[in-house]
Design a protein around this ligand. Structure first.
Ligand code: NAD
Length: 478
């Protein structure tokens, strides 16, 4: 007999994934070798095991992909009636559902996120996006953009590593529904679910060239941005790369949308339901290891409730399970790459050096792989780097305020403007705050809620353009 009641391991089987040792580029409906033969490896960040070698696309490959996309757009996809395009999108959504378990395991292997998140959030939301935009494909004349809105042509789409399949769906679904074709560039550390998506596009008989997938790092993205044959660039990633892209496109007719970084304030008033708020704080910053552009990374707590909120938060963080991402009980998985781990570590060190107080719950981290314990900083001032810069990791900076005005001033004191959260019992205060907070998305008494019918996007250095919902059609229509 023992009086220790630990969770028994509950690992999801990785056998549901049929990993190939090598993946080519997906161009014109086929997997092809990169022109120059370059390959790079993608690893499992939880174990550092090499998962597969993946083609590295150069400017020649990007050129081939854009030519295929152009041909498919002018000859097949553009002229196709919306109701026919919709059938492909519905089929794609259904196959994503059918292959959900395989995709969830693959996402967790390549990204390091807990299986319960890839299974319950990433993959179902990706399918939901295609379902939702399939519904728009034959109703574009009723979307508020004129009676006969036209597609732009060929879209170059560059996505980050934090929600690899979901970001691919956010990009592809509105582009395809509106009659555009696409060249998608996944992030270099997480290319695998996009490549299996390529296999699924073959499975549903999507006409060749409608979607092309070119894997590679920044150079591949740059080749896509610099190509004169793209009519639109849709980019999700860091603010610094977003700025480079905006500079590169200045003076060109190419349309651009940017979904960039964030430093969201999660604001707790003294009348908030504390237990719910604590769950919202945890979800806001520790979901997906904090690799979330809209993460509630700055906690603003009304001074009079700081102590009870912190006490409950610390107690709750002590119960988070950090470890094997494939275990169904895991709350916090691996950091996506050694580079990201180094970035988080550097910023956390700066927090300590600048005088904030670091707190971490007791938690044993695995020996191999990239890990960072959940971290809370108190005694943070607005000038500290941990209060200003996006950490993109499981690190929360706690600040306080006394009045609603002060909360608004502090929340808006950031170059970013992607999201914010407000926790209060008063509906009038929620509305008052929402009118003053400069953020694209404001959650009230919840956090990190997403829906394919709801627009998402930022202000200021968080970018411009909206993805999701009816608004998400506009960036793909002439
Ligand atoms: P990143 O900017 O380094 O990379 C994003 C993508 O751009 C990758 O595919 C990368 O290969 C490519 N890239 C890199 N350099 C390029 C260049 N010069 N030209 C063209 N493409 C280039 O960002 P990341 O580290 O992969 O992602 C994290 C960032 O993404 C965070 O800042 C996060 O906030 C942001 N993000 C924003 C949203 C949003 O919707 N606003 C969503 C998810 C992530």
């Amino acid at each position: 007999m023992t009086d220790v009641w630990d969770y028994a391991p509950a690992p999801e089987s990785r056998d549901v994934v049929d990993l190939r040792s090598e993946y080519g580029l997906f161009i014109d409906g086929k997997f092809v070798e990169p022109a120059a033969g370059g390959m790079f490896k993608t690893v499992n960040p939880a174990t550092e095991e090499v998962l597969a070698a993946v083609g590295e696309a150069d400017a020649t490959d990007v050129d081939r992909a854009i030519a295929a996309a152009r041909r498919a757009q002018t000859e097949v996809w553009g002229p196709m009636p919306g109701a026919e395009r919709a059938k492909y999108l519905y089929r794609l959504a259904r196959v994503l559902q059918e292959r959900a378990r395989e995709l969830a395991v693959l996402e967790t292997l390549d990204n390091g996120k807990p299986i319960k998140e890839s299974r319950d959030v990433d993959v179902p939301m990706a399918a939901a996006h295609f379902f939702s935009y399939a519904g728009w494909a034959d109703k574009l004349g009723h979307a508020g953009y004129g009676t006969d809105p036209r597609p732009l042509g060929v879209a170059g789409q560059i996505i980050p590593w934090n929600f690899p399949l979901l970001m691919a769906a956010w990009k592809l679904a509105p582009a395809l529904a509106t009659g555009n074709t696409a060249v998608l560039k996944p992030a270099e550390t997480t290319p695998l679910t996009a490549l299996v998506l390529g296999e699924i596009l073959q499975q549903i008989d999507l006409p060749p060239g409608v979607v092309n997938i070119v894997t590679g790092a920044g150079e591949t993205g740059r080749a896509l941005v610099d190509h004169p044959g793209v009519d639109k660039i849709a980019f999700t990633g860091s603010t610094s790369v977003g700025k480079q892209i905006q500079r590169a496109l200045a003076g060109r007719p190419t349309r651009l949308t940017l979904e960039l970084g964030g430093k969201a304030a999660n604001i707790i008033f003294d009348d908030a339901a504390v237990d719910q708020a604590v769950e919202g704080i945890v979800n806001g910053i520790f979901f997906n290891q904090g690799h979330v552009c809209c993460a509630g990374s700055r906690l603003l707590v009304q001074e009079s409730v700081l102590e009870p909120v912190l006490d409950k938060l610390k107690r709750r963080l002590g119960t988070l399970r950090v470890g094997d991402p494939l275990d169904k009980n895991t709350d916090l998985g691996a950091i996506n790459s050694s580079e990201q781990l180094a970035r988080i570590t550097e910023l956390v060190d700066s927090g300590v050096e600048e005088g904030a107080d670091r707190w971490q719950p007791e938690c044993a981290l695995p020996d191999r792989g990239y890990w960072f314990a959940p971290t809370v900083f108190t005694g943070v001032s607005q000038s500290h780097r941990i209060a200003r810069e996006e950490i993109f990791g499981p690190v929360l900076s706690v600040l306080t305020f006394r009045t609603p005005d002060e909360a608004v001033t502090k929340a808006n004191n950031t170059p970013y403007g992607l999201s914010a959260g407000v926790w209060t019992e008063k509906g009038s205060r929620i509305l008052w705050m929402s009118q003053r907070l400069r953020a694209g998305v404001i959650w009230a008494n919840t956090f990190n809620r997403f829906d394919p019918t709801s627009p998402f996007g930022g202000y200021k250095e968080s970018g411009f353009g909206r993805e999701g919902g009816r608004h998400g059609l506009a960036p793909y229509l002439a």
